[in-house]
Design a protein around this ligand. Structure first.
Ligand SMILES: [Mg+2]
Length: 378
């Protein structure tokens, strides 16, 4: 029988509800990470759990595999593609009509920004860098870095990623940006002296709503590394406030085993949840905080708390987790979400771009348009 230990308060302290966080108090002039004290209670030990009935196990396996396949579409083989070509083209055309290219709609986007302050939000993997086999090799090109740097000179710009903030910073390497790592649970702004587009109160920004979970996340990371080492290709990555189990290099026959191992470990941690990304299982705290909350936090930190402020937020991302930010923009009736995808997907984004190279073209065009507009107004 599985015993579910009480891990509600891993540090013997109240686990914060991210909705109740005082945003003003999260800004500090001398940003220091909020570190959690050592846990007073011993964290739970993972024990082996016996499978349930064959039917229950079969249902679990089916659910895991369906979710993993749905979030990680395989390439369509040529023979199948030929027979499905006509319907796929129809589907693609219909989707593009609902989510047109941000490049073909550039004039409309530019017009909508007149008299408003653009704030740019950018996902990293699959948006600024190509998706690669080894997540440690997801480097962005020099040209893309220049495009992002030019963008940040003109507009406040934030990178919002599921990765550890330090890891994303090491890839992007631009000190003038805001970085929101761990799906927005680890936000840090640039020092005011390195950013001409900073927040209005001249202070750095820091927000870590899940700091209480650090000891638990660390223990689950070590356990998952141990439990998945027998599955070739599985890679567990710690993102500080959340974890990623990559299965891009795992044989599909082992996907269910991997998901079951992860679920087995998580069964001892009811305060952590599992979500599915592109060839990755994501583990994060159950607090109500996501990329959408991070977007709202940063807009407020920049002085744009209200929906009637003259601001035009643009969020560009390729992942399911970016949908939380797209939804926030729709609900605020402000700005635009842009989904990076070659394939039709259910999305709350207004526009689309096919791949990172188109993201770079869009950023360059926006920079050029803004420079011309400023020159014309002199
Ligand atoms: Mg992404």
């Amino acid at each position: 029988m599985t015993v579910y230990p009480n891990v509600t308060k891993p540090c013997g302290r109240h686990v914060p509800n991210a909705n109740s966080i005082n945003l003003k108090s999260a800004r500090v002039t001398d940003p220091k990470p909020i570190l959690c004290a050592s846990p007073r209670k011993k964290l739970p030990k993972i024990e082996s759990v016996k499978d349930g009935s064959p039917l229950v196990r079969e249902a679990r396996e089916s659910t895991s595999l369906d979710s993993m396949r749905a979030s990680s579409p395989a390439r369509v083989r040529p023979a199948i593609a030929a027979t499905r070509a006509a319907s796929l083209v129809d589907e693609q055309n219909s989707w593009i009509r609902r989510h047109p290219s941000a490049l073909s709609m550039f004039e409309q986007i530019a017009q909508a920004s007149l008299g408003k302050k653009i704030v740019m939000f950018l996902d990293y993997d699959g948006t600024l860098s190509p998706i690669v086999e080894d997540p440690d090799q997801a480097f962005m090109s020099t040209e893309m870095r220049e495009a992002v740097k030019d963008t940040a000179r003109l507009f406040p710009t934030a990178i919002v990623s599921g990765r550890c903030r330090d890891k994303v910073y090491s890839f992007v390497d631009l000190k003038e940006l805001y970085y929101a790592g761990s799906h927005g649970m680890d936000i840090k702004g640039p020092h005011p002296s390195s950013c001409s587009n900073g927040n209005k109160n001249g202070e750095s920004v820091l927000c870590q709503p899940a700091s209480e979970f650090l000891p638990m996340i660390d223990q689950v990371y070590k356990t998952l590394v141990e439990k998945t080492k027998s599955i070739p290709g599985a890679k567990v990555e710690t993102n500080k406030f959340c974890l990623s189990v990559h299965y891009r290099c795992v044989d599909e026959k082992s996907w269910v085993d991997l998901a079951e191992q992860v679920k087995l470990v998580l069964s001892c941690y009811p305060k952590l949840k599992l979500t599915y990304g592109r060839k990755v299982l994501e583990i994060r705290p159950t607090i109500e905080w996501d990329k959408g909350k991070a977007l709202e936090f940063l807009l407020e930190a920049l002085g744009f708390a209200n929906s009637d402020d003259h601001v035009l937020p643009i969020y560009i991302g390729d992942d399911r987790t970016d949908e939380d930010a797209f939804k926030v923009l729709r609900e605020r009736g402000q700005g635009f979400g842009i989904l990076v995808s070659k394939d039709p997907k259910e999305t709350s984004a207004s526009y689309s771009l096919q791949e990172p190279s188109e993201v770079m073209s869009f950023l360059r065009r926006l920079v050029e348009w803004q420079r011309l507009s400023r020159r014309a107004s002199l």
